[in-house]
Design a protein around this ligand. Sequence first.
Ligand code: GAR
Length: 209
Amino acid sequence: MLRVVVLVSGGGTNLQAIIDAIEAGRITNAQIVAVISNNPGVKSLERAKKAGIPAFCISPKSFADRELFHEALLAKIDEFGPDLVVLAGFLVRIPKTMVHKYSNRIVNIHPSLIPSFCGVGYYGLKVHEKVLERGVKVTGATVHFVNEGMDEGPIIAQKAVYVEQSDTPEILQRRVMEQAEWQLLPAAIDDIANGRISVVDGRVIRKED
Ligand code: GAR
């Protein structure tokens, strides 16, 4: 059974998609052992508690500096001995020590087709604002392993979503979630839990059936 710790910052719709997929048997051989948020009072924490999952807040505001926050975050994750750490809308940069400790064992969902609209400053609704500003006609989402770079790790899966002329950032965000994110992230966790993918030379290889 793959032990999964999910890190969140806000609404937690991707967390919900994982919880629902485990319940429905679309993810097998995996269990969420803890949910950790960097923000207090967010809906993600409620979603976790409702599903009976231990939920915690580790806020940077409770620590004198970033390093102490990183140490506390890593200590809380380590407590649960996870095989996989899932960044499900976790809008905090992952410290290098954690990337090394959990090498190829951290996955992130990003709301664009990487390498477009990613990197520093591209997170949450901002991504969709930039997509609309640029006027691209196709966007999407990407699930990838986390390395030291920002949105640069090996890509596990991507799905394209059409941009409509009348879209607002909020409407587009919802469509990308519905048509891409909520499918891609659970499917990637299921693939990892069932040993279907591996990282070779910085790229994700899917094993033949
Ligand atoms: C999602 O769209 C996720 O892809 C994005 O934040 C949103 C969180 O929503 N993540 C990033 O932008 C990471 N760079 P949620 O809390 O409802 O899952």
